[in-house]
Write a protein that binds this ligand. Structure first.
Ligand code: PHB
Length: 402
């Protein structure tokens, strides 16, 4: 671990992560935190990761239970599922999941139970894909390829249809109905995905949303869909079982916003004014842009920070930050960068490669390296359930069971 001398009384924390001298085990990473109804034992979060291990009907394969249970192996961990469709219309990419049919619900239940059996907690991330769906796949199924506006994704020939009022109402209802199914199946809550250029973000973004009705044309109108979805989901399952994910800076799938500050401050102000405190807010830093991460690039902050949102949120509920953290920079994030705020840190790639990531971070054990070519291998256990636990973790388990 690199040791870096940090200036503890610096007026403004640096925007570039540095290692922090406090050992992880005695840092805020291991300070317990209440998130909604959940009593988490630490602040390392397993975030939503698309892995394409569902079957041809968008239903989890049985071996997914082991993957999720392994990542829940330290009790008191928050495990968030991969993004999951709220209706068949949003099952727009092969081997991504839905939470719609009885068969799908029945396949998720053992996954939720397996996470709970470890003493950990489970949120389901819910999405619509909109224009990020594969238009050919939808066409095969006789489903409409659609978005906020008929603005195509770069490199995709098909032009999405502008969603009608009725389709928008249906989306809102689908989010609420799916949230209900998740909680009825035993899930601790749902995270509404309004990030990374997927459906809700396609309404929030003025680069995509060119509507002139009440769903577009102004900051307020572009925010209407995500706010309506959050309100409907909160009405269905209660605010303490609902989270919202936002990625103000991500350019992934061209969902940029012209006036980031005003757009997101409006969303935050409306949430505060009209919805009881959510379980948590999930914010992706500029360095977490999947456009850079998925293709192995390196995104830079360039002074783009989440500070304005955190200031506005005023610790109303905990905030999960994501942005390509390493264990030692995560310590820095909680101890310094975000010390005013009640934050948790998500690790995506390191967590998929380290089933015992929380144990390893606590004990300073070297991490397994992730293998990018297997991230999205459809229906395959290779690169999925074959990342080993550390020998230290296995030894500690033996001691417990003896
Ligand atoms: C992806 O599947 O590429 C993906 C999904 C959800 C995200 C980001 C990337 O938030």
């Amino acid at each position: 671990m690199a040791t870096v001398t940090t200036t503890f009384n610096a007026p403004a924390p640096p925007a570039t992560p540095v290692a922090h001298p406090i050992p992880p085990a005695s840092s805020r990473l291991f300070e317990p935190v209440r998130v909604g109804k959940m009593a988490l034992h630490h602040r390392i979060v397993f975030p939503p990761l698309t892995r394409n291990r569902n079957d041809d009907d968008h239903t989890p394969l049985p071996f997914m239970a082991q993957y999720y249970a392994d990542r829940a192996s330290t009790p008191g961990t928050l495990v968030i599922s991969e993004a999951t469709a709220v209706s068949h219309l949003e099952e727009g990419q092969e081997h991504t999941p839905g939470f719609v049919t009885e068969r799908q619900v029945a396949a998720w239940k053992p996954i939720i139970d397996a996470v709970h059996a470890q003493g950990s907690y489970y949120f389901q991330q819910l999405w619509g894909m909109g224009r990020a769906a594969d238009p050919a796949l939808l066409a095969q199924r006789g489903l409409r390829y659609r978005s906020s506006s008929p603005v195509p994704l770069a490199g995709v020939e098909a032009i999405p249809a502008e969603m009608t009022e009725a389709e928008i109402a249906e989306v809102i209802q689908s989010f609420a109905d799916t949230a209900r199914r998740v909680v009825d199946a035993g899930g601790d809550g749902v995270e509404v995905h309004c990030a990374h250029g997927y459906l809700l973000d396609q309404f929030l973004s003025d680069a995509v949303n060119k509507r002139t009705d009440r769903w577009g044309g102004s900051i307020e109108n572009r925010a209407r869909l995500v706010l309506e979805v959050v309100r409907a989901v909160v009405a269905a399952v209660g605010a303490d079982r609902v989270a919202l994910r936002l990625s103000p800076y991500a350019a992934f799938q061209q969902a940029e916003k012209g006036d980031i500050r005003r757009q997101y401050l409006y969303v935050i102000a409306q949430l505060k004014a009209t919805v009881p405190p959510l379980a948590y807010l999930s914010l992706v830093e500029a360095t977490g842009d999947p456009g850079a991460l998925i293709f192995g690039g390196k995104a830079v902050n360039q002074g783009k920070t989440l500070d304005f949102i955190l200031e506005a949120w005023e610790n109303r509920s905990p905030v999960v930050v994501a942005g390509g953290y390493q264990p030692e920079t995560a310590v820095w994030a909680l101890e310094e960068r975000y010390k005013k705020w009640n934050t948790l840190v998500a690790f995506g790639r390191h967590f998929l490669a380290n089933p015992d990531l929380v144990f390893r971070v606590r004990h300073g054990i070297e991490l397994n390296k992730y293998n990018r070519p297997t991230f999205y291998l459809p229906k395959n256990e290779v690169g999925y359930n074959d990342y080993p636990f550390s020998k230290e973790y296995l030894a500690a388990q033996q001691k417990v069971s003896r």
